[in-house]
Write a protein that binds this ligand. Structure first.
Ligand code: HEC
Length: 389
């Protein structure tokens, strides 16, 4: 059961300047995060090592620095040079999780704190892999410090520090182990997802994506159902021309919608990963739409569709992210058919999240919150009798 934090909907969205890169303050925050992350991961390669480190005041201070830099990031979101509201959503989730880490470390909750350090990169990854563009490094100093981590953790670190080519190479090396699907199917799934997200969204590179899919397909030990999945992924790039990126809000949104429709057709069940490649392509377009037109006419529908895409792409985003997109969608387009559709998705998540073997128990405050959100999303008489979706 995962608590859904529903407080974000009433915070204001900043209108960001349309520069393509972050300003100096943003860069300094990022570089500080990089140093801190490196220091934390260095001690996280094993439980005993981490337990020893936690006893040291200097390590506790490093964790505190990481957490305060994450909070700073959340305050500085307006300096990132990227108007995609995802920056605000992800930085607020990142800040909460970093505070959590500081709390766990202080209380010597060793295993939990170590787990949190290792999963911290997912926030860096979620922000850095939304779409292509932005600074990229061929290599950075200090990579040797993370050599003791496992392959997926190393790749996440490399993405977190924007060494995208090295990250892709690391993932391909891991996937070249033909026994991987038999040894650990979760690792295979996670690494293919990360690699595809890199080649499709960050590198925007058709031949790199083809090469990756050919490599996956060539594995004779791949179980039949994954072979079928890879063949759907191959089909999903047949019409892809990375050079023809639509320019207007309408065209970006229309193209994304088309891809989401294709994704739905390929899914044989709820979160069937067969749709992954279409959804990665669609989400890159939606992030681009929101970056260029953060408060446009089609912001509500884009947020709704990102929520949907991240239901399946969970592991390249963050678990709660989809709910935040639905919340923001209701705020951005209140009393509309699209808000109503976002409300229903959000409500479904709440009921799912609060159902366990003991039945369904939605906390009272969340029930009250749902009521407010329902009012916020229901079309009013005045706004015209729009048909619910
Ligand atoms: C809320 C979104 C977000 C999160 C979270 C985030 N980043 Fe970034 N990061 C960005 C953006 C946006 C840029 C600027 C990319 C560009 O346009 O060049 C950036 C740039 C960077 C840079 C390059 C700075 C430079 O010199 O130009 C580094 C290094 C970096 N991030 C490291 C990290 C690390 C490490 C983490 C996680 C601990 C992290 N980032 C988390 C959004 C994020």
């Amino acid at each position: 059961m995962k608590p859904l934090i529903a407080c974000l909907v009433f915070t204001s969205l900043l209108a960001l300047p349309r520069t393509s890169h972050g300003d100096e303050r943003w860069k300094i925050t990022m570089r500080t995060l990089e140093n801190s992350l490196q220091a934390l991961l260095y001690e996280s390669s094993s439980s005993p090592r981490f337990a020893e480190a936690l006893k040291k005041e200097s390590f506790q201070k490093e964790i505190a620095r990481f957490s305060s830099t994450a909070s700073e990031l959340s305050e500085r979101k307006g300096t990132s040079g990227d108007a995609d509201p995802s920056i605000e959503l992800i930085s607020s989730l990142f800040k909460q999780e970093a505070q959590h880490l500081q709390w766990a470390a202080k209380n010597k909750n060793t295993e939990y704190a170590r787990h949190l350090v290792l999963s911290m990169t997912q926030y860096c990854v979620a922000c850095h892999t939304r779409t292509s563009g932005g600074i990229e490094f061929s290599s950075r100093s200090g990579n040797e410090k993370i050599e003791a981590l496992d392959a997926a953790e190393r790749a996440s670190y490399l993405i977190s520090t924007r060494q995208f080519d090295l990250a892709l190479a690391e993932l391909q090396k891991q996937l070249s182990n033909q026994k991987l699907p038999e040894e650990n199917i979760r690792d295979w799934e996670r690494s293919t997802r990360m690699a595809l997200s890199l080649s499709i969204r960050v590198k925007n590179d058709l031949s790199a994506t083809q090469a990756l899919l050919t490599q996956l397909d060539a594995n004779p030990r791949l179980p039949e159902y994954l072979k079928a999945q890879v063949s759907v992924w191959k089909k999903s790039i047949q019409d892809w021309d990375p050079k023809s990126l639509p320019k207007t809000e309408k065209a970006l949104n229309a193209e994304a919608k088309k891809l989401i429709a294709s994704a739905k057709k390929t899914q044989e069940y709820g979160m069937d990963p067969s749709a992954q490649v279409y959804l990665l392509r669609a989400s890159a377009l939606l992030h681009e739409q929101l970056r260029l037109f953060p408060r446009g006419k089609l912001t509500g529908p884009a947020l709704h569709d990102l929520g949907l895409a991240y239901e399946t792409l969970e592991s390249v985003g963050i678990f709660e992210l989809k709910d935040y997109y639905y919340l923001l969608c209701m705020k951005e387009s209140p009393h509309s058919a699209i808000a109503q559709s976002c409300y229903r998705q959000y409500e479904r998540g709440v009921y799912d999240g609060y159902t366990g073997s003991g039945g369904t128990h939605v906390p009272e405050e969340l029930q009250a919150r749902l009521k407010e959100l329902k009012t916020l999303s229901t079309p009013t008489q005045k706004s015209g009798a729009k048909k619910p979706l």
